[in-house]
Design a protein around this ligand. Structure first.
Ligand SMILES: [Zn+2]
Length: 246
């Protein structure tokens, strides 16, 4: 499958999580950009993917999932309308990025666990252990490939990877109705631990994470303004994962 085919399937499946009458459109285009990015506001909002990926053919599902993580992270920016917020500090920027990671992981899992194309492609009902192997490898590769460089706008890649796992267990807890003996959570956590890439998260980074959490709520309340949701039309059964009501 090429990146173009995968993106088409992702768009079609993600849009199916919305009520048909709202006619929600996720706009993604290949463009001359150096890394994936979101631009514009309201109806001009668009996710841009570097043109060199257009004809990339994936060798395995871990590579596919890496692209899907990127799309899901940018989609989190998109449906939370984070381009509508003007960052006033590094803390704001980092809070937004960590939230796009957290929200993006839940969004991707919603697509994989609920949309037929991805349920079948990743054998979600019969081969979950292979899926989690590919999923965590994809997540890890994304941070190693795209988010490897130190940049003041971004939290460390180790912290972001850790937050990706927290989002995963959060999603699975809701999926399994709070069952503390969830085999899915045990499987996900042991797969995550196997990769052993979180060792470099420092105490300072963990303390920063607390500040990000306070900022996240504040930022989204501002974007929300007087509305009840930032993006309307998510079907009721998916609001617990990707609702934007804050
Ligand atoms: Zn981002």
């Amino acid at each position: 499958m090429t990146a173009t085919n995968l993106i088409e399937k992702y768009i079609e499946n993600f849009e199916s999580l919305f009520e048909p009458h709202v006619e929600f459109k996720l706009k993604i285009d290949f463009c001359e950009v150096s890394s994936p990015v979101i631009r514009g506001k309201d109806s001009d909002m668009k996710i841009l993917i570097p043109k060199m990926y257009e004809d990339v053919e994936f060798e395995d599902h871990a590579k596919e999932l890496m692209l899907l993580f990127i799309l899901a992270h940018e989609t989190a920016h998109y449906i939370n309308k984070l381009t509508h917020h003007k960052d006033t500090s590094v803390l704001d920027s980092r809070a937004i990025e960590i939230w796009a990671d957290f929200f993006g992981c839940k969004l991707l899992l919603t697509v994989c666990f609920y949309c037929d194309f991805f349920i079948n492609r990743y054998q979600m009902r019969t081969n979950l252990s292979v899926f989690f192997d590919n999923y965590y490898n994809g997540l890890n590769n994304m941070f190693d490939t795209y988010y490897n460089k130190e940049h003041k706008k971004y939290p460390s890649k180790h912290l972001r990877y850790q937050v990706g796992h927290t989002a995963t267990t959060s999603f699975l807890t809701i999926l399994d109705n709070g069952n503390l003996c969830s085999s899915k959570i045990i499987l996900a956590t042991s797969t995550f631990a196997k990769l052993k890439t979180t060792a470099n998260v420092t105490d300072k980074e963990f303390r920063e994470l607390i500040s990000y959490i306070f900022n996240i709520k504040h930022i989204h309340k501002q974007i929300l303004g007087g509305n009840t949701e930032i993006t309307y039309g998510v079907k009721p059964e998916y609001k617990k994962y990707i609702g934007t009501d804050y």
